[in-house]
Design a protein around this ligand. Structure first.
Ligand code: UD1
Ligand code: MG
Length: 505
C-alpha cells in the first residue's frame, strides 16, 4: 500500500455521462452492482481516497437515477451535467467549467471501471510527481488491444500521443500498450489542451486523448505509468463483463480472507461482499453468500447453501442451509438446516433455531431451543426454554401485530399455538396441542385442548366396506380370539388351583 500523498490533487473528475446501451437495462449502468456496491460507488470511493478538494462526477444518460444514487453514496461529490455526450474531452471541459479555476493536478477516471483502487490512483499521482510530468497516463499491456486507444512512445520511452483504435493505422494497431483512460494532468496543461481540441476524428468527438499529444508537442514530460494488474483498468460495457469483474472482485476478497485464516471450501460458489468481516478459523462451506454488514466471529462454520445479509454471527456458531437478514446469532449457537431468520432475530449464546423454523423480531435467550417446524414472530423466549415441534406464535389477528413472552426454562409442548398477546411465565409448562390464549403462571401446566373421546364401533358403522373397516374387523377378530384364549387359560388355572390348593406367593 502506498503512503499518503504529501498534498492532495486539486480535483478528481469521474466521467460517467455515457449511455451503457449494451447493458440492455432500464437501470443506469453505473448503478449495477458487484460485491454489494454500485460501479459508481467504487469509482467515487477510489477518487475520494485521494482527498481532493473536488470530486466531480460528469453525468448525462439516465441522470435522475445517477444523481439520486450519488446523493446517497457520495453526498460530498459535485455532479455536473453534460447535456450532450460530445466526447471525453468535452466531458472534462464541462466539468472544469463548473469549478473555480484550479491549480495543481487534475485526475480523470471513469465511472465504469470498478476494480480500480484508490491506492493505484495514489501511486499514479506519486509517479506523476516523481517525473515532474505535465501529464501521466495509466497504461496497460493487454493481449487483445482491439477497441482501445494505443499509447505512442518515442525512442526514449516518452509518451508522444494516443491514437484511437478506429483512427490508427496498421502499425499502430500492433501496439499492445493501451490507454486506460485514467490520467493525472497539470491543471494548466489540461486547460490549454482542452481549449485547442477539434472534432477531427472518425467519431467527430472532442477526444481527451488529444490533450496528451498537445502536451507532448508543448515540450513538457508526458509519462506513461503501466499497471501490471490489468483488471483494475477493465471497464464494464455489458453484463458479461460485469459478471467477470464481479467474480474477480470476489476471488480477491476470498483470497484476502484465506490469507487471514479463513477456510473457503469452494471459492467458486462462495460470495463475500467486501464489507463483510470474518474471524480466524471461520469455515465457509459451498454455496455461502455473505452480504452487507455481516460479520462472522472466530471458529464459526457457515453453510452449505446459506445466505446472510447484515447478520452478526458469534464465535463457534454453526449456521447450516439458512437464509438470514438483520439478525444476531450468539456464540456457539446452532441454526438450521432450513431456517429462515428475518429481521430482528436475536439468538442467544448456545441457543438453537432448528429445521424449518422461521423467526422474526424474536429474542431467543441463551441455550433456549426452537428445534423444529416453528414460526416465532414478535416474541421473547427466555433462557433455556424449550419450544416443541410445530409450535406457532400467532402474532397477527388480521389487523394488528402483538407480542408474547415465554419465560425462563419453560416448556411449550409440540403443536401448540400461542395466540398473542400472551405470557408464559418462568418455569411453566404448556401441554402439547394446546391453544394458549391466556396467561400461564409460574410453575403451572396449561392444558388447553379438547379432552379425548373414543367412539366405539364408529369405523364399522360409518366406513363400512373400506380398507380401514376391514383392518378394524381383522384386528377385532384377533383381539376377540386372544380374549377367548385368555379366558380359557384363566378357567384352567382356577380349576388347577381348586385341585392343588392355594398358590405360592
Ligand atoms: C476511451 C479513450 C481510449 C481508451 C478507452 C479506455 C478517448 C477518446 N478514448 O475510449 O483511448 O483506451 O477510453 O476505456 O477518450 N464519457 C462521458 N462523456 C462523453 C463521452 C464519454 O462522460 O461525452 C465517459 C463514458 O461514460 C465512459 C468514458 O467517458 O465512462 C469513456 O468513454 P467511451 O466512449 O467509452 O470511450 P472509449 O471509446 O472507450
Ligand atoms: Mg469505453
Amino acid at each position: 500500500m502506498p503512503g499518503p500523498l504529501d498534498s492532495p490533487p486539486a480535483a478528481v473528475i469521474v466521467l460517467a455521462a455515457g449511455g451503457g446501451t449494451r447493458m440492455r437495462s432500464s437501470r443506469s449502468k453505473l448503478l449495477h452492482e458487484l460485491g454489494g456496491h454500485s460501479m459508481l460507488s467504487y469509482a467515487v470511493t477510489a477518487a475520494t481516497l485521494l482527498q481532493p478538494e473536488h470530486v466531480v462526477v460528469v453525468v448525462g444518460h439516465q441522470r435522475e437515477q445517477v444523481l439520486a444514487h450519488l446523493a446517497e453514496v457520495a453526498p460530498h461529490a459535485t455532479a455536473v451535467v453534460q447535456e450532450e455526450q460530445r466526447g471525453t474531452g468535452h466531458a472534462v471541459q464541462v466539468a472544469l467549467a463548473a469549478l473555480p479555476a484550479l491549480t495543481g493536478e487534475v485526475v480523470v477516471t471513469y465511472g465504469d471501471v470498478p476494480l480500480l483502487t484508490g491506492d493505484t490512483l495514489t501511486e499514479l499521482v506519486a509517479a506523476h510527481r516523481a517525473e515532474q510530468a505535465t501529464v501521466t497516463v495509466l497504461t496497460a499491456q493487454v493481449g487483445d488491444p482491439t477497441g482501445y486507444g494505443r499509447v505512442l512512445r518515442d525512442r526514449s520511452g516518452h509518451v508522444e500521443g494516443i491514437v484511437e483504435h478506429r483512427d490508427a493505422d496498421e502499425d499502430q494497431r500492433r501496439i499492445t500498450e493501451i490507454n486506460s483512460g485514467i490520467y493525472v494532468f497539470q491543471a494548466d496543461t489540461l486547460a490549454a489542451g482542452l481549449a485547442g481540441l477539434q472534432p477531427d476524428n472518425s467519431q467527430g468527438e472532442l477526444y481527451l486523448t488529444d490533450v496528451i499529444g498537445s502536451a507532448s508537442a508543448a515540450g513538457g514530460t508526458v509519462a506513461g505509468y503501466p499497471i501490471e494488474d490489468v483488471w483494475q483498468v477493465e471497464g464494464v460495457n455489458d453484463r458479461i463483463q460485469l459478471s467477470r469483474l464481479n467474480a474477480e472482485l470476489n476471488r480477491r476478497t476470498l483470497e484476502r480472507w484465506m490469507r487471514a485464516g479463513v477456510t473457503v471450501v469452494d471459492p467458486a460458489t462462495t460470495w463475500v461482499h467486501a464489507s463483510v468481516d470474518l474471524g480466524t478459523d471461520v469455515t465457509l462451506l459451498p454455496g455461502t453468500s455473505l452480504e452487507g454488514a455481516t460479520s462472522v466471529a472466530a471458529g464459526a462454520v457457515i453453510g452449505p447453501d446459506t445466505t446472510l445479509a447484515d447478520v452478526e454471527v458469534g464465535a463457534g456458531a454453526h449456521v447450516v442451509r439458512t437464509q438470514g437478514s438483520l439478525s444476531v446469532i450468539g456464540a456457539d449457537a446452532s441454526v438450521g438446516p432450513f431456517a429462515y431468520l428475518r429481521p430482528g432475530t436475536n439468538l442467544g449464546p448456545g441457543g438453537k433455531i432448528g429445521t424449518f423454523v422461521e423467526t422474526k423480531n424474536a429474542r431467543i435467550g441463551a441455550h433456549a431451543k426452537v428445534p423444529h417446524l416453528t414460526y416465532a414472530g414478535d416474541t421473547e423466549i427466555g433462557e433455556e426454554a424449550n419450544i416443541g415441534a410445530g409450535v406457532i406464535f400467532a402474532n397477527y389477528d388480521g389487523v394488528a401485530k402483538t407480542s408474547s413472552r415465554v419465560g425462563r426454562a419453560s416448556f411449550v409442548g409440540s403443536d401448540s399455538v400461542l395466540v398473542h398477546p400472551v405470557e408464559v411465565a418462568d418455569g411453566a409448562y404448556v401441554a402439547a396441542g394446546s391453544t394458549i390464549t391466556g396467561h400461564v403462571g409460574v410453575g403451572e401446566l396449561a392444558v388447553a385442548r379438547g379432552t379425548q373421546r373414543n367412539i366405539r364401533g364408529w369405523v364399522a358403522r360409518k366406513r363400512a366396506g373400506t380398507k380401514t373397516a376391514r383392518a378394524a374387523a381383522a384386528a377385532q377378530a384377533r383381539q376377540d380370539e386372544q380374549t377367548q384364549d385368555e379366558q380359557i387359560q384363566d378357567e384352567q388355572t382356577q380349576h388347577e388351583q381348586q385341585h392343588h390348593g392355594g398358590t405360592e406367593s
